[in-house]
Ligand binder design. Structure first.
Ligand SMILES: [Fe+2]
Ligand SMILES: [Fe+2]
Length: 348
């Protein structure tokens, strides 16, 4: 959607009251004071506090451990490299996806700002993986190009890209039921990408760390995870706001698509995970991996108002301590959409 300054007779309060995540009035000027979508501003402010750079993370011990004969098994090294390959592919896809597919359709400036900050963070993550690849002396072709020889990784990347590319046509625009549903599906695709795929890859680094292996890598992943956690929250809010603002598109067909996509992602993730860990590493096995992914899948279903599908317990409750890095107050998401009385803006 080409954005241009729109001259109109609306008072500022009316413009803000009409503000919508998609298909809203957009004067193209990024007026974010006052706000309509408070959630985006809250998330943006947390993101600003999460500043970090990969160079801060010490990888010396990881280099020493990786090269110490017999310290890590071949299977552990394989899991490490496959996880690194996948997350680096995924962040690369996501950086482009946000900037070329998603943000151009957003008509709420505060939501746009949060997505732009997210895109910066994804670029930082791409840079982080490059730092790890260089520090550990890996062949970049082996990591970035692993999908060419790893069938499960190829299938998973293909599945992610197909979901992302549904709205990549430069002629695609929102504004009718069919295209709005496609955009909503793409936004749910972001929840899947941030909240299912990344979480399972991160698990492998945390399992190694709990066994005192590759601590610098786990710290890097923890920084990335803290960012992804906010990305996930941002897109859960975006999806729910689009649903509220366009209730007609959240019909049975759309709910079925959302459910099918989340279940499909969990299944793809499990197939890849099982092929990665082989017989299992360090207490991580087929069964608890399956339970974990299904537990995470249920969280994502519930976050967008769908019932649980699997009803599994979290087999790795210790992960919460690692990933709840933002210390979000409990009422963080009890945000309401504001209504300003026309002509008298309330600046809280
Ligand atoms: Fe990322
Ligand atoms: Fe992300």
């Amino acid at each position: 959607m080409k954005k241009q300054i729109q001259m109109n007779d609306l008072k500022n309060a009316e413009v803000i009251n009409k503000r919508r995540v998609i298909n809203g009035v957009d004067d193209g000027l990024m007026q974010v004071a006052p706000l309509k979508h408070d959630f985006a501003d809250k998330i943006f402010k947390v993101m600003l506090k999460n500043n970090w750079v990969p160079q801060e993370v010490p990888l010396q011990e990881d280099i020493e451990q990786w090269n110490r004969p017999g310290f890590m098994t071949e299977q552990e090294k394989r899991v490490y490299k496959r996880s690194l390959a996948f997350v680096s592919n995924l962040d690369g896809i996501q950086t482009g996806n946000l900037t070329t597919n998603i943000v151009r359709h957003i008509t709420s400036p505060e939501v746009s700002l949060a997505i732009v900050r997210q895109a910066y963070e994804e670029a930082l993550h791409v840079h982080s993986y490059a730092t790890m690849i260089e520090a550990l002396g890996f062949d970049p072709d082996e990591i970035y190009g692993m999908y060419k020889v790893d069938k499960e990784l190829y299938k998973k990347n293909k599945y992610v890209l197909e979901a992302v590319n549904k709205i990549s046509d430069s002629n695609f625009k929102t504004g009718d039921t069919k295209s709005d549903k496609m955009f909503l599906e793409a936004a749910i695709g972001n929840i899947i990408l941030e909240g299912i795929y990344f979480y399972s890859a991160f698990l492998n680094f945390y399992v190694l760390r709990r066994n005192h292996k590759m601590p610098g890598s786990a710290q890097m992943i923890q920084f990335i995870n803290r960012d992804e956690d906010m990305h996930l929250r941002l897109f859960i809010e975006i999806v729910n706001a689009i649903k509220n603002e366009n209730p007609e598109i959240w019909d049975d067909e759309m709910k079925e698509i959302a459910k099918k996509n989340i279940i499909g992602a969990v299944e793809h993730e499990l197939a890849w995970g099982i092929s990665s860990i082989g017989e299992g590493i360090l207490g991580l096995n087929h069964e608890n991996l399956k339970d974990y992914l299904e537990y995470v899948g249920d969280l994502r279903l519930m976050a967008i108002g769908l019932p649980k599908h699997w009803n599994k317990e979290n087999p790795f409750p210790w992960i919460d301590e690692i990933t709840q890095g933002n210390m979000i107050e409990s009422n963080f998401f009890e945000s309401t959409v504001r209504e300003y009385s026309t002509g008298s803006l309330e600046w809280e």
